[in-house]
Every structure is written in structure tokens, then in C-alpha cells.
Design a protein around this ligand. Structure first.
Ligand code: 13P
Length: 257
């Protein structure tokens, strides 16, 4: 039997001021249904974390950050540590998003350092992997996700791997309106699970939660969530409006619940 609880995480990227974030939370707390079966995570910009944490209190909705640096503290201008994220009320941290890899120099090695740092502070990483359009078209999707997954999870204990969240986000599906087909997403996600099994054993592979991300909308949620290895979604654009994000959660709860 499936014991993995679904997660729907909203990655707000560089959107929403503090007042806008608090208005969202106010509306979302009234609108969201299905939260018994689905864990909802909101990942706002750093500036909104602390006040959102207060306004989410008692809601059962979790808070996540969009990135982290691996040191606890020090002379690292502009960076934010896992200790600080915990202090601000986070329980999740997105690591290795393709936008970080593309624009800010996150390599597999840096992603691995961040994953280790996040886990060592009892936070849960949401580690992103995924191929570019060029890579998909030249038939190397599995090779790319294998490299990113094995490098990103290097050196972890099986229990740490089991508690992680991985998000498969094909870069060509992000913000483009082009989603991977349900079957393609299932195939790559099952493949990622098999890599976790090779590295950490069957128990970890059975427990690790693997999400799909890339143009997830209310209309395509049921198809994706009906797939056995897809444990939820990492949602960008559609997480910015209360109605669409709440609807994705409701549909997921209905499909997985
Ligand atoms: P979109 O849902 O806007 O395609 O973004 C996906 C994403 O990058 C989530 O991390």
C-alpha cells in the first residue's frame, strides 16, 4: 500500500511583497480543502518568510524557502543559512531549482552541499532535477537526471534519502504552458525512484517523495496525480493565485485520497 503523503508545493519565485503574501495566506486558509490528504507547502521569497510563518500558525500549511547557503553563519554577504530558515519558520527548502542552476551557478556539487546542510538541520530538501529541451531532444533525459540525482544525493544515509523530496522539473516545461505528458512524467519519475533504490535500497525508494513540476495547472493535475510514482507537484505560476492553487490541492486530494 502507498504510504507516501502527497505534497503540493508552491514556488512563488520572485513574486509577492509581504502584504501580498499575507493577503494570499488569508484567502488560502479560507479556501483550501483536502489538506487532510495533501501536505501544502508555500515557498515565498525570503522577505515574506517570518511574517508568513506567523500567519500560517495552526493552519497545517508548511513553509519552505527557495534556496539556501550551506554554512551556518559567517562572512557570506547576501546569503541565508539553514539555521536562519529554521528560525524563520521553514520546514522545507527548495534546492537546485533549474533557474538557480541556469542563472546563479548552482552545480551538482553545490546542490549536494546544500542538500546535506539542509538535512543536517532537520529541514527537508526539495531537490530539483530535470533536462533541458535540447537534452530531451537528443535522447539524454535519463542520463541527465541520473547524474543530477546521484550527485545531489551523494553521501547521504538511507534514512536521510528516504525523508527527502525530489522534484522532477523538465526545464522545457517550466513557465511555458507545455507540460510533460502524464506517461512521460511517470516514466522519468519511476526511473528516479529506481536510482534511489540502487543508491539507498528499496525502503528508501519506497518512502522518498517525488514530485512533478512544469506548467502544472488545475486542468492537468488529475492526470498527473493518477500516476503511481508521482507524489505531488511543485507549482510555479498557478501557485500565485489562491483559486488555482487551492484547486490543484483539491484535485490532488480527490485523486490520491
Ligand atoms: P511553472 O508552474 O510556472 O511552470 O513553474 C514550475 C516551477 O519552476 C516550479 O518550481
Amino acid at each position: 500500500m502507498l504510504t507516501r503523503k502527497a505534497i503540493i508545493a508552491g514556488n512563488w519565485k520572485m513574486f509577492k511583497t509581504v502584504p501580498e503574501a499575507l493577503t494570499f495566506v488569508h484567502g488560502f486558509r479560507k479556501t483550501a480543502v483536502g489538506l487532510d490528504h495533501v501536505e501544502a507547502v508555500l515557498c515565498p521569497p525570503f522577505t515574506a518568510l517570518a511574517l508568513m510563518s506567523e500567519s500560517l500558525c495552526g493552519s497545517g500549511i508548511s513553509l519552505g524557502a527557495q534556496d539556501v547557503f550551506w554554512e551556518d553563519k559567517g562572512a557570506f554577504t547576501g546569503e541565508v543559512s539553514p539555521v536562519m530558515l529554521k528560525d524563520a519558520g521553514c520546514s522545507y527548502v527548495i534546492v537546485g531549482h533549474s533557474e538557480r542552476r541556469q542563472y546563479f551557478g548552482d552545480t551538482d556539487e553545490k546542490v549536494n552541499r546544500k542538500v546535506i546542510a539542509v538535512l543536517s538541520h532537520a529541514l527537508t530538501p526539495i531537490m530539483c532535477v530535470g533536462e533541458t529541451l535540447e537534452e530531451r531532444e537528443s535522447g539524454v533525459t535519463k542520463k541527465v537526471v541520473r547524474t543530477q540525482t546521484t550527485a545531489g544525493m551523494a553521501g547521504l544515509a538511507p534514512e536521510q534519502a528516504a525523508g527527502m523530496v525530489i522534484a522532477y522539473e523538465p526545464v522545457w516545461a517550466i513557465g511555458t504552458g507545455r507540460t510533460a505528458s502524464d506517461e512521460d512524467a511517470q516514466e522519468v519519475i519511476a526511473y528516479i525512484r529506481s536510482i534511489v533504490q540502487e543508491m539507498f535500497g528499496a525502503e528508501a525508494a519506497g518512502q522518498v517523495r517525488i514530485l512533478y513540476g512544469g506548467s502544472v495547472k488545475p486542468e492537468n493535475t488529475a492526470g498527473l496525480m493518477s500516476k503511481v510514482d508521482i507524489d505531488g507537484a511543485l507549482v510555479g505560476g498557478a501557485s500565485l493565485e489562491v483559486e488555482s492553487f487551492a484547486e490543484i490541492i483539491r484535485v490532488t486530494s480527490e485523486t490520491k485520497g
